[in-house]
Design a protein around this ligand. Structure first.
Ligand SMILES: [Zn+2]
Length: 605
């Protein structure tokens, strides 16, 4: 009786090559004994990145050294191409070889998920943020215009999208003004989630390099990328629709979502956010950072429309969501004072803050939700700008917000809040959600004296901290000699960790030497940090490497062990500890594994 393992043997490499050529529609070139290469069928390949060889264990491997970086066996490639289960793949291969005494193994493939294992996933937001170049900006701009024109072209076809947007107060005028678009889903029988790709396909096919800015700009996704969450879901979209390297292997990143282009202060498109026109699954999708060129850190939705007015009034209104934004925008636009931006979440990043700082802001009117995340966001802004928070709370029944806000109006550069609050009240009726307003003032002292009382049982947060740094700066040279596990015994290792913690706790707010790495203030405030123990050594070394290379680390345990002077077992032990505590993202299903450091445990978000 033969098993699936037997049929992976190098003695089947020749029938395997014939079979794979037909299955994958590729042409292999023999490059040596038991070695073949071809253009990869799973990404738009410009050289022969797809290799077949026998590994040290007499097993035939299929490996893509290009975009996919996948490592597969014969069953995996059958599963990917035929979108079938591991069991079916075993039968297909045994049948092809005409082997009758075959026993199907009941388990799962290590590399490829079963076809309906995963729903469409949420994408994690990465850590590394490189710069956009002009080609990428141009591609993002074209994408924005394309999706907008597509949505505007056929109100009937996209009636659900229109209905959703109208319910949220967004009509055709705003769709035009903000270039809002729609990317039809993978289930769409006209474009199979590839509307953007189809639009520019003739261009990509003529010149491969013109595809690059769309890929780098995060507008398309490689469907065969084992490192993304939901690998199984995207695998099933391969080869739907038109055939060809681009249209088979890639899909629109935002397929199934309305797309909102994000403009920077110079009115260039620097990214997108997407939302489903219904409430199924993951509703909002930010662009993927990490290995694409997109940075989400400086995103302020609406800054292109607001910056002149913000500068004039020295005041900005921050809201959490895009639809909150439109409520305030419409209202303020009527007064020609659109000083509102959305921080797209309840957090003002350092990058976004410095953009606002450049506009000479003194007052932040923060209309975040009064939940834990919102409160944290408000406290953080107050501490970072060194200002005070005046909490105005939600409105009591029948209360006119204008009365409550009247005393502030003269204080903030003559800016009138009357219409703003009237509109906020209207929005409140619709959502049945209290509109909380907070004023953070770091302006002239006489402007700071306006204090408001909270309504109901809420305690007014009254923050008056000095401006704090958001990051600490450490010298790499101080740390590297300590980042090793080779101490002979446990007490000595503990001593080293104590030393490391002492260095960390010095909390330097300015760089002390040329070679530095940084750690967010919040990391040291986080209690989880104390639980890391000796895993801290591995974590710090990864932080340093990650910041130095400005990318996710791709190394084997052996390399990590080499860096830290220890065994692979130690590395894998501490790695799983960091992963369990939520301080590390690890993709071990690819070789070499990919690691990226997380600064706070996952549950903190
Ligand atoms: Zn590939």
């Amino acid at each position: 009786m033969k098993t699936y393992k037997d049929l992976k043997s190098v003695s089947y490499i020749e029938p395997g090559i014939h079979f794979a050529e037909k299955l994958l529609d590729v042409q292999f070139t023999r490059t040596g004994k038991n070695r073949y290469s071809a253009f990869c069928p799973f990404h738009a390949d410009t050289k022969d990145s797809f290799r077949v060889y026998s590994d040290g264990k007499d097993e035939v491997k299929f490996h893509c050294f290009g975009g996919c970086k996948g490592n597969w066996d014969i069953y995996d490639i059958i599963m990917i191409r035929n979108k079938c289960s591991f069991k079916e793949a075993q039968r297909t291969w045994a049948d092809y070889l005409d082997i009758k005494d075959f026993k199907v193994f009941d388990g799962k493939s290590k590399s490829v998920p079963e076809p309906d294992e995963e729903p469409e996933p949420e994408d994690s937001v990465g850590f590394i943020e490189p710069e956009l170049d002009q080609e990428i900006i141009a591609a993002l701009d074209e994408s924005a215009r394309f999706y907008n024109e597509l949505l505007l072209s056929d109100e009937d076809r996209f009636k659900d999208v229109y209905a959703y947007l109208r319910r949220r107060g967004v009509g055709t005028d705003l769709i035009r003004r903000f270039n809002i678009g729609y990317a039809p889903p993978y289930s769409d029988k006209q474009c199979y989630g590839r509307a953007l790709i189809y639009q520019f396909l003739p261009r990509f096919e003529k010149d491969y390099t013109l595809f690059r800015p769309f890929f780098k700009g995060g507008m398309v996704r490689l469907l065969n990328d084992p490192s993304v969450k939901g690998y199984g879901y995207y695998l099933q979209q391969i080869n739907n629709g038109k055939s060809g390297a681009f249209s088979s292997n890639y899909g629109d990143y935002f397929a199934g979502r309305m797309v909102f282009p994000i403009y920077n202060i110079e009115a260039q498109v620097v990214g997108f956010t997407g939302r489903r026109p219904n409430n199924r699954g993951v509703r909002w999708l930010k662009q993927k950072t990490g290995e694409s060129a997109i940075s989400t850190k400086s995103w302020l939705y609406g800054i292109d429309k607001a910056h002149r007015h913000i500068k004039h009034y020295r005041t900005v209104i921050l809201v959490e969501g895009i639809f909150d934004y439109f409520v305030f925008y419409k209202l303020l636009q009527d007064q020609d004072k659109p000083i509102v931006v959305s921080t797209m979440g309840s957090r003002l990043t350092g990058e976004a803050r410095s953009i606002l700082k450049g506009l000479g802001i003194e007052h932040f009117i923060v209309a975040y939700d009064w939940d834990e995340a919102g409160r944290k966001g408000i406290a953080r802004i107050a501490s970072e700008v060194g200002g005070r928070v005046h909490y105005l709370g939600g409105m009591a029944e029948g209360q006119d917000p204008y009365d409550k806000l009247k005393p502030v109006i003269s204080a903030i550069s003559g800016f009138s809040l009357k219409h703003l609050m009237a509109g906020a009240k209207k929005a409140q009726e619709k959502t049945d959600k209290p509109v909380n307003v907070h004023i953070i003032s770091s302006g002239k002292p006489e402007h700071r004296d306006v204090v408001f009382e909270a309504t109901g049982n809420e305690t007014a947060p009254f923050l008056n901290k000095e401006t704090e740094s958001s990051e600490y700066y450490y010298s790499t040279d101080d740390f590297l000699p300590l980042l090793t596990y080779n101490h002979g015994n446990k007490p000595m290792l503990d001593k080293t960790i104590e030393q490391i913690i002492k260095l960390l706790e010095a909390r330097p707010t300015k760089p002390q030497s040329a070679s530095i790495f940084t750690i967010p203030v919040k990391f040291l405030q986080n209690e989880g940090y104390a639980d890391l123990g000796a895993a801290l050594i591995l974590w710090l070394r990864l932080v340093i490497e990650q910041q130095k290379r400005k990318r996710i680390i791709r190394e084997t345990d052996e390399t990590l062990a080499g860096w830290l002077n220890t065994s692979r077992a130690t590395i894998s032990n501490y790695k799983s500890r960091l992963k369990d505590l939520g301080f590390l993202n690890i993709k071990t299903d690819v070789r070499p594994q990919r690691l990226s450091v997380r600064y706070f445990p996952r549950q903190e978000h």
